[in-house]
Design a binder for this molecule. Structure first.
Ligand code: DOR
Ligand code: ZN
Ligand code: ZN
Length: 420
């Protein structure tokens, strides 16, 4: 198969090229390759997008999402690889659940799905989970996502054991005693709405703890969904003194501020909460200077029953796979903060490097995981069009640029936009 006349995003810049794919691998890149192919005139080819933080909800919460619907949403969003968090039921804290996810994802055969194992048994924060067995079954990282490991000594042991198996801990940073039932950012809008707020320090204190642990143990650590200006600063300072810390953020933290809660739309309820303009700008600055390595969705699909309730009772989370690329491209590249090459890094090369996944670059010999987009197409986000079971987005009605046309995984077209 040949992809013809595309603007190809390479490490060294964007070039008009043909790409020949053979046996699932990029065989050749050249200005003109003879033969039949897909005409991609006017389209841009990115290295297959990788989302290292999603919730696919299977096993246990298939009403919210399952591996089939989540994978369909992933390829529709341009993602060729996703890493799924272990807060399923049962929790992915053992080799049986981890290998179930691996096998089910292969049956579904849309994107590559890499499970993340829990740090502690049942995510209870008491005993370490069977890390080696999970790694052998296919886990690519460990996380307690949804909460932090409260016991600092246990977290230190988790980092040590994880490192022995070549895995990293991906840390959801939240001091629950400080959050104390807060559901939004504490500030003007929490006061205005009467919704209980939670302060930045609830996130920052645990970011600082994980950094200090990684520093004293000389081990790597990854910080999940950074939302505060002060968290960005802690990570920037740590990197400057050589700590092996990497970090991610999500589109909602660089596109929205907490004024969106004023309408009491529960689709704006997410953990950590959407914060203020100062935080939003710092997150963009962090992505720009590389303090924040990558963009993830924290795709957290929920059922209408979990969201169509009063704000304080609604579930936390945003369904993000089908909007992430367009929101990121529109806000960051069209907004002038990042080049297209830098966006490809934050959404593909960086997560591949953090988790040691194959992918992240368009070059001969690499797997033909490719995302083909029309950067000029303007469209309106409409959750009714989502293939994810989770229609929970605060972005309904928003106009964005950048439409995914094809998603190829190992050279196979796994998503093609329906013709209009
Ligand atoms: O908003 C969130 N939703 N944050 C989390 O940490 C967990 C996630 C979920 O599982 O729904
Ligand atoms: Zn989380
Ligand atoms: Zn999450």
């Amino acid at each position: 198969m040949i992809i013809k006349n595309a603007d190809v995003v390479l490490k060294e810049g964007v070039k008009r090229l043909d790409i020949r794919v053979e046996n699932g691998v990029i065989a050749e890149l050249a200005q003109h390759i003879a033969g039949e192919g897909i005409d991609c005139t006017g389209l841009t080819v990115l290295p297959g997008l990788i989302d290292m933080h999603v919730h696919l909800r299977e096993p246990g919460f298939e009403k919210k999402e399952d591996i089939a619907s989540g994978s369909a949403a992933a390829v529709k969003g341009g993602f060729t690889q996703v890493c799924c968090m272990p807060n399923t039921r049962p929790v992915a804290d053992n080799k049986v659940v981890v290998s179930y996810i691996v096998h089910r994802a292969k049956e579904v055969n849309l994107c590559k799905v890499h499970p993340i194992g829990a740090i502690t048994e049942g995510q209870k924060g008491e005993n370490l989970a069977a890390i080696g067995a999970m790694k052998a079954a296919g886990a690519v990282a460990l996380s307690e996502d949804g909460k932090s490991v409260v016991n600092t000594n246990l977290m230190a042991n988790a980092m040590l054991y994880a490192a022995d198996f070549g895995l990293k801990c991906l840390c959801h940073c939240e001091d629950a005693s400080l959050v104390d039932g807060g559901v939004v950012n504490e500030g003007y809008y929490s006061t205005l709405t009467g919704l209980k707020g939670s302060i930045r320090a609830a996130e920052d204190i645990v970011i600082a703890r994980e950094i200090l642990l990684a520093e004293s143990l000389s081990l790597p650590v990854h910080i999940c969904h950074v939302s505060t200006y002060s968290g960005v600063q802690l990570i920037r300072e740590a990197k400057a003194r050589g700590v092996q810390v990497t970090a991610e953020t999500c589109p909602h933290y660089f596109t929205l501020t907490d004024e969106v809660i004023a309408g009491f739309d529960t689709n704006t309820k997410v953990n950590p909460p959407i914060r203020e303009e100062r935080d939003r700008l710092a997150v963009i600055e962090g992505l720009k200077d590389g303090t924040l390595d990558c963009i993830v969705t924290d795709h957290a699909p929920h059922h209408e029953d979990d969201k169509n309730v009063e704000y304080a009772l609604a579930a936390f989370g945003i369904s993000g796979l089908e909007t992430s690329f367009a929101l990121s491209y529109t806000q960051l590249v069209r907004g002038g903060a990042l080049t297209l090459g830098q966006l490809a890094d934050r959404m593909s090369a960086a997560p591949a490097a953090i988790l040691n996944l194959r992918g992240g670059a368009i070059e001969a010999g690499a797997p033909a995981d490719l995302t083909v987009v029309d950067l000029n197409e303007k469209w309106t986000i409409d959750p009714a069009q989502f293939v994810s079971k989770g229609k929970n987005t605060p972005f309904a009605g928003r106009q964005v640029y950048g439409r995914v046309k094809y998603t190829l995984v190992d050279g196979d077209i796994r998503y093609r936009e329906a013709s209009k």
